[in-house]
Design a protein around this ligand. Structure first.
Ligand SMILES: Nc1ncnc2c1ncn2[C@@H]1O[C@H](COP(=O)(O)OP(=O)(O)OP(=O)(O)O)[C@@H](O)[C@H]1O
Ligand SMILES: [Mg+2]
Ligand SMILES: [Mg+2]
Length: 729
């Protein structure tokens, strides 16, 4: 009887126990890297031993069977032997069969091929648990053998080269990559482009062209050194740091050096990384879970724990890392701390630190005052004006330096030299270090009044010189997160607000506190809302004021902060932030520009952009000109493989996902041709927008911060329960 089994004695053990007979392996055949076929005969005289013994028996048998085979025996044997090292009772299923990827000596730089094999394994499955098993296993090997490479490994898994606030972008344009691939493989750029049109994935194109060309280079005996994780990471960092037009050639050269040394699948993943997307279905949250679990299972104490305790540790560890990361989003800080003292003590070593921006707390949209009142019932709450500007997180470091960061954690210090210069006037004498949450709003110095967001958006973005500033701004502070060496995140809003008012003072035309009122009924809220609108605000923020639900929750879209916009009655409660992925050529008046665009939302689950509507309304002539100038550089010959669209909506040109637009809509409807939130409100149809209208570019959001498909599904459903609080989540 031939049976096909995945390698790994847990599976074999289960098999043996289930059949209640022990079997003898007569001969064995390896199918591929994760399966083995074996010929078995029953072993009836054998009394069923305890589970552990069964597993040992199989391990021994497997090893013996394999070592007695000749030919390709060596690598295969290694696979099994490594596999059988594992304890069966780990609480987590370690991918033993893939541990042969850990084919490097302790302390050596990790070969890039090991990471690529792991990516390949991850790519081969869509099951989240299996993905986690592969990556956790790999991290475990890294921690045990080459911990000094862990940070680089992590960054490569996340497709990042440094924390966001260092303002370094990795994404490299398609044309540059095509040029690099063409140069290395001896093909013309046009040929590479044609291949891309056929295959749809530049990574695959690079790999295929590399492999067909490999034979030529081996004939001439060129032996490039194999790539290592630290080597690849260093080059990527270098490529990302080169800027300006003249840097293009150096970038191409650097990419070519890497490409030359690529073997097997390496070129595929390398190119995808450089494009800015790995496309293996690996979300950042999953990477964090795997990292946490790898640390748990490599801890010496872990093996001594009971099964229940192991499960508890495995669940708790990712939560610790996630919560620490939302306060201190820097792997540069977190990884060394993890290596030094493990997950359990991480909170003591990694805390909110001025100079490292934390992910801001986000608000939940609401559609009516009734909905708001239902939510806050039984709580003390407060209403604040919702200013329409740009979020600013201002840090004063222990050394006196002042920095300002965007909603996206980007360093905006050079965009706001005026703010940096003037903030000291608003700081009271006893206030030293702090982290302040506020809105930066365009300000009319003559009328002493707020200006709409559109004015702020005309302000220069980089290297602003104070004397040349045309758009003045005023700050409206609404929260204090850190004061004089102490984090305030866990304190209730009421206390944080008192500290905010004690530590800062109003400066006319420069610094103010968000206007607030502790109102309690519909009429009062309505009146305050109208007041906010009169002074050019967007509406209100309603926040729980006291108690456990009023702490500051970094990075969360919390229900303890509700946004109530002035136009909630007319539409769906909130605008959407969508990614422009394609355009249609204009006609008539719009002949020389794009006349309409294809928009998409982002689905983090599947890591894809799902089309949601075609939009042609809300653009001024100058908007259309601006979009054309910016987007024509981003044109691509083919859609990305991670665009989910229907042929019926195919635009004339495709764009790399690069810009987010705020859009308003009359309502959302089910559509047979658009793909937003597909499977969430209808099994085969998506959601589309009716009468979408362009509002503005959202420079402070990256494509992956766009409205999610889950957000779309929620908005869709909410339309049907207007004014009652049957929130879905
Ligand atoms: N009093 C306030 N309290 C908190 N946030 C405020 C306040 N006034 C203005 N804001 C701004 O409102 C934003 C939240 O509402 P908005 O609809 O603008 O969100 P957004 O930037 O589109 O992001 P998202 O879609 O993630 O909610 C905050 O990020 C902040 O910039
Ligand atoms: Mg806003
Ligand atoms: Mg918004």
């Amino acid at each position: 009887m031939w049976l096909r089994r995945k390698i790994g004695h847990m599976v074999l053990t289960r098999f043996a126990l289930k059949s209640r007979t022990l079997v003898e392996i007569k001969s064995l055949r390896l199918e591929n890297h994760s399966s083995v076929s074996f010929h078995i005969t029953p072993f009836p005289a054998f009394k069923m031993p305890k589970q552990a013994k069964v597993s040992n028996f199989f391990k021994r048998e497997l090893n013996e069977s394999i070592s007695s085979k000749n030919g390709k025996k060596e690598t295969k044997k290694k696979r099994i032997i490594v596999a059988s090292d594992e304890e069966s009772d780990n609480g987590i299923d370690i991918k033993k069969s893939m541990k042969d990827v850990a084919d490097w000596q302790k302390g050596e730089p990790i070969p890039y091929s090991a990471l690529c094999k792991t990516f390949e394994d991850i790519d081969s499955t869509t099951k989240r648990l299996e993905i986690q098993e592969y990556l956790t296993s790999f991290f475990k090997c890294v921690i045990e053998k080459s911990p000094e490479n862990l940070l680089e490994t992590l960054y490569l898994c996340l497709n990042k080269v440094c924390p966001e606030y260092e303002n370094v972008e990795l994404g490299i344009g398609e044309s540059l990559l095509i040029k690099a691939i063409a140069g290395v493989t001896g093909r013309s750029p046009q040929k590479v482009k044609d291949e891309l049109a056929k295959v749809g994935d530049l990574g695959k194109v690079a790999k295929d062209s590399k492999n067909s060309q490999k034979s030529i280079s081996s004939m001439f005996g060129s032996v490039d050194k194999p790539l290592t994780i630290p080597g690849v990471f260093k080059s990527m960092k270098k490529i990302a740091s080169l800027s300006g037009h003249s840097s293009q050639d150096s970038k191409v050269k650097e990419i070519q050096n890497l490409l030359k040394s690529c073997r097997g699948d390496e070129a595929k993943f390398l190119i995808r990384s450089l494009e800015g997307k790995l496309r293996i279905g690996l979300a950042e949250q999953t990477v964090l879970i795997c990292l946490a679990q790898a640390f748990v299972i490599t801890d010496n104490e872990y093996q001594k724990l009971t099964k229940a305790k192991k499960a508890e540790e495995l669940t708790e560890a990712p939560n610790i890392i996630k919560s620490v990361y939302s306060e201190l989003p820097s792997y540069d800080k977190i990884v060394p701390a993890l290596l030094q003292s493990g997950v359990r003590n991480l909170r003591e070593h990694c805390k909110l630190t001025p100079g490292i921006p934390l992910k801001p707390m986000l608000a939940h949209p609401t559609k009516s005052i009734t909905e708001v009142l239902n939510r806050v019932e039984g709580h003390k709450f407060t209403c604040e004006f919702k200013y329409d500007g740009e979020r600013g997180q201002i840090h004063k470091l222990e050394d006196g330096n002042i920095k300002i960061y965007s909603r996206n954690l980007e360093d905006n210090t050079f965009k706001y030299p005026d703010v940096i210069e003037r903030i000291s006037k608003a700081v009271n004498p006893n206030t030293n270090s702090f982290v302040l949450d506020c809105e930066v709003v365009a300000w009319d110095l003559e009328k002493h009044s707020l200006l709409p967001f559109q004015v702020l958006s005309t302000r220069k973005r980089k290297d602003v010189i104070e004397s040349e500033i045309k758009v003045t701004v005023c700050l409206f502070a609404f929260d204090l997160l850190y004061l004089n060496g102490e984090s305030l995140l866990k304190k209730p809003l009421k206390e944080r607000r008192e500290l905010l008012h004690d530590s800062f003072q109003k400066v006319d035309d420069e610094f103010s506190f968000a206007q607030h009122m502790n109102v309690s009924n519909t009429e009062e809220i309505q009146a305050f809302l109208e007041e906010s609108v009169k002074v050019n605000c967007e509406g209100l923020m309603v926040k729980i004021l006291d108690g456990a639900e009023s702490t500051y929750e970094p990075s969360k879209r919390s229900r303890n902060w509700l946004k109530l916009k002035k136009d909630y009655l007319s539409g769906v409660g909130d605008s959407l932030d969508l990614v422009v992925i394609g355009a249609f050529y204009g006609r008539g008046k719009r002949t020389n520009v794009y006349g309409a665009f294809l928009l998409a939302c982002y689905d983090p689950e599947n890591d894809e952009y799902q089309t949601i509507c075609k939009i042609g309304t809300g653009f001024s002539d100058s908007d259309l000109e601006t979009h054309f100038q910016y987007l024509k550089e981003k044109e691509m010959s083919e859609p990305k493989s991670y665009f989910n669209y229907d042929k019926a909506t195919k635009p004339d040109v495709w764009f790399e996902p690069c810009q987010v637009w705020e859009v308003k809509t009359a309502d959302l409807s089910i559509s047979p041709i658009y793909k937003a939130a597909i499977g969430q409100v209808d099994s085969s149809k998506g959601v589309s927008l009716r009468f979408p209208r362009f509002i503005r570019i959202r420079d402070d959001k990256k494509p992956e911060d766009a409205t999610t498909s889950e957000g779309i599904a929620e908005m869709y459903r909410k339309q049907f329960n207007n004014n009652n609080d049957n929130d879905i989540e």
